[in-house]
Design a protein around this ligand. Structure first.
Ligand code: 8YV
Length: 334
């Protein structure tokens, strides 16, 4: 008889957590698991990660850990589960994990609303020059109201093009409808009428065609080999000169050097970025530009989301250790 896919642990799982998590999550983990926490929260070095996968039965990493094929190959046979704290798993080599029989889980759903809120904040901030306005107050250069001061662009009535219409893309669409934007989206598959209908959403099978027609583009797809640099120099040229680009998904979806060149050349009007190609490094060409709003990867940074993400990590580990399929198992073609 073939070995069961999931096997019950007869002891507390040996869990290594790579970064600090909310206090209540760490306390509960310490009660439930044989856990090692990262109390000073430094991003783990390669050597530390190698030591962790040599020892852990469960690794609980975050986006700041590169879990590539080399690291997975170095894991001991005891490593059975990678319970990621976060929904994006592009920092984990899923094929290598699967080949070693290591299950991978993530934390979908609980950060959807907060991330969509941050998209909306950038959709407002960039055309309405909110960060720029805040800066002129603080640097003392504001001389008072004037009829032509701080003019930006109206968002009501504009076309929003969402790239990737999963949970977060749909939550962005619902918010944007309330602000009077019309919803356009590009997705591998067209959504059912029951989803499209209330959003009055238009599906564009071709990304290039959508980019040429919308006023604001929001990237809400995962980073995969197919979506890497999905916005490159050629596609930036397809966008309208008055259009804005918003990205809270992954920095590597955009060729950042090409974005800087497009902004300099006036191919697009501005950008709102919460994620960067070489995080935490920022392309120097972005830093001095008034037409970009730059945020430090804070899409899911609410107390509520981070707590619920931690609870999902715990649930995934518990269900797995109990010998069952964890609720948020990531399949290779997620
Ligand atoms: C997380 C994110 O904070 O969940 C994701 O994919 O990008 C962020 O919201 C981060 O990934 C935690 O690992």
């Amino acid at each position: 008889m073939a070995a069961p896919r999931f096997t019950k642990f007869d002891h507390k799982p040996r869990v290594i957590v790579t970064r600090r998590l909310p206090q209540a999550v760490e306390t509960r983990m310490a009660e439930l698991f044989d856990v090692t926490l990262n109390l000073d929260d430094h991003p783990m070095t390669r050597e530390e990660l190698l030591a962790a996968v040599a020892e852990a039965e469960v690794l609980a990493p975050t986006v700041t850990d590169t879990i590539d094929a080399g690291l997975i190959a170095a894991a001991g046979p005891q490593l059975k589960l990678i319970a990621n704290f976060g929904v994006g798993v592009d920092h984990i080599d899923l094929a290598a994990a699967r080949a070693r029989g290591i299950t991978v889980t993530n934390t979908p759903g609980v950060l959807t609303d907060d991330t969509a809120d941050l998209v909306m904040a950038l959709i407002l901030a960039v055309p309405r020059r909110i960060a720029e306005g805040e800066r002129i107050i603080r640097d003392g250069s504001w001389t008072g109201w004037s009829p032509t001061g701080m003019l930006g662009h109206r968002i009501t009535g504009k076309r929003l093009g969402i790239v990737g219409m999963g949970r977060i893309g749909q939550a962005v669409a619902a918010r944007a409808r309330a602000f009077g934007l019309s919803i356009h989206y590009h997705n591998r598959n067209r959504l059912p009428k029951a989803v499209e209908g209330p959003l009055e959403a238009t599906w564009w099978p071709t990304l290039d065609a959508m980019l040429a027609r919308v006023d604001i583009v929001s990237l809400n797809c995962p980073e995969t080999p197919e979506t890497h640099h999905i916005i490159d120099a050629r596609r930036l040229k397809l966008m309208q000169r008055h259009a804005f680009l918003i990205n809270v998904a992954r920095g590597t979806l955009i060729d950042e050097a090409a974005l800087v060149a497009a902004l300099e050349a006036g191919h697009i009007a501005g950008a709102g970025l919460d994620v960067f190609e070489h995080e935490p490094a920022i392309h120097p060409g972005l830093l001095g530009r008034p037409d970009v709003v730059l945020l430090p990867h804070m899409g899911s940074a609410t107390f509520e989301a981070r707590q619920e993400m931690g609870e999902k990590v715990i649930t995934n580990i518990r269900v797995f250790a109990d010998g069952h399929r964890p609720p948020d198992q990531v399949l290779e073609d997620y």
